[in-house]
Structure formats: structure tokens, C-alpha cells
Design a protein around this ligand. Structure first.
Ligand SMILES: Cc1ncc(COP(=O)(O)O)c(C=O)c1O
Length: 429
């Protein structure tokens, strides 16, 4: 009999979710079923309260000052677009003729890089801060050196979706504060995995997905805007809010300024229960569980003879996993549970297919929407195949799952070694 499916693509979206998340989605869809908070009848009022409670839980979880400053978005990409384009649009409108400069890093996801490149030109330019070639670590000093008199915004990735490295965003944010520059944190991979505290970390804008580490449904996410900053960020969409309907211009108060149209109330109801799960469990417990899993996986890779880049003591490259290289920190405290591996001979898609078809282990092969991160690591392609195989952990993974992953990797390496290129396709049937 086939082993049960082992889902290790939690960096894309988490699975499974807590049962209460599905319960809340079903309850909203089948019992309330209406637009939240905009009509006078009881179901709509209850929907409004559910949305409000989700905002309250979110600010409690990440240390915001005001629930009204949580803006719900489609996902983290949508939140990043709102923050970046809203800041740039406001600057261009209020300081005509003056250039707008932004700073991001080579470890950023395409959800940052593509909006920046779409804006570049006609008075907008951005600087890419390079990262360490081994694990993608960013030096806050390099971020500071990239700031100019025209810099409006610095964007910092809290944890890499390729190497898992945790970046010193509190230091980056503190430097931005000294220079009077806004700091936008992309916590797509960290929220729900490591502590995030807006106040303690001096974060101005926080872009987050609801569906990854927070454990909410797909189609949820948000941008937290530090109170007062909404005056410096234009809206990207205008429309009905159910408030001030006598006016045909967008309200300027929060959160309505940025939330025209009907909410994804079904998703937000689920998200609220997901955040309640985290508030109940506590981020310290989630982090220590992930630390145990990471320790077990790193031990298994090292004991199997995998290599690590950058090199660390004890990683010999001698053993059944010798064809594998891990790209990223070898120490749990410096990382989250996102592990990118390359195989010396097999391309990532083949390696991932062997893991899926022969071992029922689901990982993600490719470039993970982070071309500059892969270029930094030397895995963007060229002489060798492009990308890596990424296994990403979630809160419901247990130690036996990690052993199964190590066994699956070991078997896949053996199977690929005993196969020539022509026979690779046979391996996959
Ligand atoms: C670092 C990072 N930022 C942003 C995103 C975009 O998130 P979403 O899928 O919610 O749009 C991702 C998604 O993988 C990510 O890893």
C-alpha cells in the first residue's frame, strides 16, 4: 500500500488548516451567506462582527495599534502592490517633478520585484541590495548605504522563501526610521512561524498572506498600515464601501479607504479562526516545534552526507545523500523551515517527480518566483539545471514525517544514481 501523502509545500500555502478554519468557512457560507456589515438585518450585522473580530485578533497577534488599520487583500502579492504603488503614487502626486526612489533586496519575491520593475522609469527608480551568495543573508548596512535623499520606501523580506534565512528586519527598520524612510516588511514566510511584532520591530507597513503560516484559507491576506501613514499612501481601487454613500468620492478613513467592494467574508471568517488558533497556541510553541523539526531534518541531511552551501562543519559530502546540496543556514536559529536542495545530476523537476510518484512526498521544484535569490545562490540556470527542490514545513508536521522525508530523499538519490538519463523516464512511470 502507498504511504499517505506527505505535503511539504507549506511555503506556497499551508495544508492542512485547523478544523475550526473549515468550520468557520462552512458556517459563514451556509448560515450567514451575505455581505458583511453593510445591511441592517441580523446576518449582515453578524458578518460585520466576524470581520471586525478578525481585525482585532490580527493586531493582537502582530502587535498593531488599531484593528481599523488592517486592510484585507486578496493575498500577500496584493498587499505588497498596494503598499508599493500606493506610496509611489502619493509621492509622484504630491511632489511633482521630484524622483521617487525605493530599495529592495535580491532575496525578494516577484511580488515585490515585478511591481518595482513595472513602476521603474518616468521618475521612479529602485536599488537592489545584494545578498550573501551562500544563504542569502542581507547586511542592514548595505540597505542603509542604498538609501538616498529621494528614497520613499525600503522593502525587507523577513524570511526567504528559497533559503529560509531570517533577515535582520528590525535593524533595517531602525535604520529607515533614522533616515525618515518608510519600511515595508514582507512577512509572507515568517508570520505564524517566528515572532513578528510591529511595534518592537518599528515596522511601518506589514504585508502578509492569510493562507500560509497564519493557516487561513486561500484568497486571504492583508496590509497593516501604521496609524497616520494612510495619509501618505494612495488607494489603488475605489468603489462602494457601504459608508458615506451620499458621496461619489472614496472615503479617506480606515479601513474603507482601501477596502471598496464586497469582502471575501467566507475566507476572512476562516482566517479569524486561524489567528485564534495561533493566539491560543502561542508563537513560542510553534517556533519551538519548528526548531525541533528543523534540527531533525538538518541532522538527517548531515548524517546522510549531504553538502551545505555555505559550507559548515560536519557536512562531509560523503554518504547516500552526497549528491544533494542544501542552500541555506545549517543552524535552526537562523532559519525557518524552508529547505531548498539541488541534486548534482538530476534537474529539480525530475527529482520532485520521483519524490511524488514513488514516495508520495509533495515538494516544490523550480525558481519559487524568486529569480534574483536563485541568481544569488548560483541556481538560476546556465551550465546546470535551473532552480531547486523546496520542502517547506508546517505546524502539523511531526518528527516521523521528517524521518520519512530523509528516507525519501535517500531512496530518490539511490534511484537516480542507478539510472542513466534515458532511463529516468522509466523511473517515473
Ligand atoms: C516572500 C514572499 N513574498 C510574497 C509572496 C506572495 O504571497 P501570496 O501567494 O500570498 O501572494 C510569497 C509567496 O510565496 C513569498 O514567499
Amino acid at each position: 500500500m502507498r504511504d499517505r501523502r506527505l505535503y511539504l509545500d507549506n511555503a506556497a500555502t499551508s495544508f492542512p488548516k485547523p478544523a475550526a478554519v473549515h468550520g468557520a468557512v462552512l458556517d459563514y457560507a451556509t448560515r450567514l451567506g451575505t455581505t458583511p456589515g453593510r445591511a441592517q438585518y441580523a446576518e449582515s450585522r453578524e458578518g460585520g462582527r466576524i470581520i471586525r473580530r478578525c481585525r482585532e485578533r490580527l493586531v493582537e497577534f502582530f502587535g498593531g495599534d488599531s484593528p481599523d488599520h488592517v486592510v484585507f487583500t486578496l493575498n500577500c502579492t496584493d498587499a505588497l502592490n498596494l503598499a508599493i504603488k500606493g506610496v509611489v503614487g502619493h509621492r509622484l502626486r504630491t511632489r511633482p517633478g521630484r524622483p521617487v526612489h525605493l530599495v529592495a533586496t535580491a532575496m525578494d519575491h516577484n511580488s515585490v520585484l515585478r511591481p518595482l520593475n513595472a513602476l521603474a522609469g518616468a521618475g521612479v527608480e529602485w536599488t537592489c541590495v545584494e545578498a550573501a551568495s551562500g544563504d542569502g543573508h542581507i547586511d542592514p548596512g548595505d540597505v542603509e548605504r542604498a538609501i538616498t535623499a529621494d528614497t520613499a520606501l525600503v522593502i525587507g523580506n523577513h524570511a526567504s522563501n528559497v533559503t529560509g534565512v531570517i533577515q535582520p528586519i528590525a535593524e533595517m527598520a531602525a535604520l529607515c526610521k533614522q533616515h525618515g524612510v518608510l519600511f515595508l516588511a514582507d512577512v509572507a514566510q515568517s508570520l505564524g512561524h517566528v515572532p513578528v511584532d510591529i511595534r518592537a520591530m518599528s515596522i511601518d507597513l506589514l504585508a502578509f498572506p492569510g493562507h500560509k503560516g497564519l493557516l487561513g484559507p486561500l484568497g486571504t491576506g492583508g496590509l497593516y498600515i501604521r496609524p497616520g501613514l494612510e495619509e501618505q499612501i494612495d488607494s489603488l481601487r475605489e468603489g462602494g464601501t457601504g459608508t458615506r454613500s451620499e458621496a461619489d468620492t472614496q472615503p479617506t478613513f480606515m479601513p474603507d479607504k482601501y477596502e471598496p467592494g464586497s469582502h471575501n467574508a467566507v475566507g476572512i471568517a476562516g482566517l479569524s479562526e486561524a489567528v485564534a488558533y495561533h493566539l491560543d497556541r502561542g508563537i513560542a510553541d510553534s517556533r519551538s516545534h519548528e526548531m525541533e523539526l528543523m534540527t531533525a531534518l538538518l541532522d538527517g541531511l548531515r548524517a546522510g552526507g549531504a553538502r551545505v552551501h555555505p559550507h559548515a562543519d560536519g557536512w562531509t559530502g560523503d554518504g547516500p545523500l552526497a549528491d544533494l546540496t542544501l542552500h541555506g543556514p545549517a543552524t535552526p536559529r537562523d532559519r525557518i523551515g524552508v529547505f531548498s536542495l539541488t541534486h548534482a545530476h538530476a534537474d529539480p523537476a525530475t527529482f520532485a517527480a520521483v519524490l511524488e510518484l514513488k514516495h508520495n512526498i509533495l515538494v516544490r521544484a523550480g525558481l519559487h518566483c524568486a529569480p534574483r535569490a536563485h541568481r544569488t545562490l548560483g541556481t538560476l540556470g546556465g551550465p546546470g539545471p535551473a532552480g531547486a527542490v523546496r520542502a517547506s514545513l508546517g505546524p502539523f508536521i511531526e518528527i516521523p514525517d521528517i524521518h520519512r522525508l530523509v528516507d525519501g530523499l535517500t531512496a530518490a538519490c539511490r534511484e537516480l544514481r542507478t539510472t542513466d538519463a534515458g532511463a529516468e523516464s522509466k523511473l517515473l512511470v
